[in-house]
Design a protein around this ligand. Structure first.
Ligand code: ADP
Length: 353
């Protein structure tokens, strides 16, 4: 992967009647990178992808691919490959002919087509299956044919719009690994859209978090997870508890006081109204009141969900439900049991209003 930007999106906006689908979106993608566009339904992900593919025209801003502004270039003349959730393979053609199709349209010589298609079959792990009918393939194999058909004409960028959305969980996870492998083998610059944060985390070199048509944050999965820049990112990624309240000074140190009256320690100076977020796995649970922590909070276990290597808890803190995850369970706290929650100030993230 290089640091050379192959795609540059510069202050792109798009409005559908009253709906601002994209608001001044700017970012760039480096050659060979796999960037995941992550956001809830209706956040503008597809609109962004369609602007790059050329099926939607932005109202303002520039889209620059390979150093050229492509806003006015029609979709079929952009060197962009698009794979949608509904793959639209040709069911009456075999695997080979499906993958060969874009090359036939481009009128490449027969022997060159054969070479390229066979190389693609190998890359996507379907070597030897060229003569199979599409209908004789599993969902995951069909998905790989769709990707091969798009990669075969060597687009400058590959756009994947929720390509795994229709697959069941197991196949989906398998295909996440497959797509990553294909990406590593071909080195194709890829933009992948998903609303699934786990998928984004496992697949992305970088993740672009979008909400309400605006970029909330762009960074590596580690940055997005460990250092969320906005309350939205903090809440959207992982299992997170959010409190609304004020930061105040108490006995010489800065604390957060939620509207429910929960007091939490803050690591840095803060003042005024705002929110704090705490990741579920940052809440440590004890059966007895920890002596070293004046901020330990007493709660009752409302629910516990045992999932093998971790336990999820819902804790009742005087009527407020707190989510906690114990990834290294040495004991299981039972429903109705009294527990003490401890969280270090560094793990209480402050977001001023
Ligand atoms: P996502 O892919 O994140 O679900 P979209 O890009 O599809 O989001 O949509 C962003 C916003 O634009 C949504 O509020 C959606 O309702 C609206 N929108 C999308 N396409 C159209 C359209 N053709 N006409 C009107 N509104 C649209």
């Amino acid at each position: 992967m290089s640091t050379e930007a192959i795609l540059k999106i510069d202050r792109v906006s798009k409005k559908y009647e009253e709906c601002e689908a994209l608001r001044e979106v700017s970012f760039s993608v480096n050659k060979g990178e796999l960037v995941v566009i992550l956001g809830p339904s209706g956040s503008g992900k597809s609109t962004l992808l369609m602007c790059i593919a050329g099926f939607v025209k932005p109202d303002s801003g520039d889209i620059i691919l390979d150093g050229k502004r492509i806003n006015d270039v029609p979709p079929y003349r952009r060197n962009v490959g698009v794979v949608f959730q509904s793959m639209a393979l040709f069911p009456n053609m075999n695997v080979f002919d499906n993958i060969a199709y874009p090359l036939k349209i481009r009128k490449l010589p027969k022997d060159e087509i054969k070479k390229k298609v066979e190389r693609m079959l190998e890359i996507v792990g379907l070597a030897g299956l060229g003569s199979r009918r599409i209908t004789q393939l599993s969902g995951g194999q069909q998905q790989r044919v769709a990707i091969a058909r798009t990669l075969v004409f060597e687009p400058s960028i590959l756009l994947l719009d929720e390509p795994l959305g229709a697959l069941d969980r197991k196949l989906r996870e398998e295909m996440q690994g497959e797509i990553k492998k294909i990406h590593d083998r071909v080195g194709a610059t890829t933009l992948l859209v998903t609303h699934d944060q786990e998928e984004a985390m496992t697949m992305g070199d970088r993740i672009l978090v979008i909400n309400g048509g605006r970029i909330e944050q762009m960074g590596t999965p580690e940055e997005i997870y460990n250092d969320p820049k906005t309350l939205f990112v903090s809440e959207f990624i992982g299992t997170t508890n959010i409190f609304n309240g004020v930061a105040v000074k108490k006995d010489g140190r800065t604390v957060f006081k939620s509207v429910e009256g929960v007091i939490l320690p803050l690591a840095k100076e803060a003042k005024g109204e705002g929110h704090v977020s705490i990741k579920a796995e940052h809440i440590k649970l004890f059966g007895n009141r920890p002596k070293d922590d004046i901020f330990a909070l007493e709660a009752i276990v409302a629910q516990n969900f045992f999932s093998g290597n971790f336990i999820k808890y819902e804790l009742d803190l005087e009527g407020t439900i707190i989510k906690a995850i114990d990834r290294d369970p040495k004991q299981v706290f039972k429903q109705g049991q009294k527990v003490y929650m401890k969280v270090t100030p560094e793990n209480v993230r402050w977001f001023p209003k």
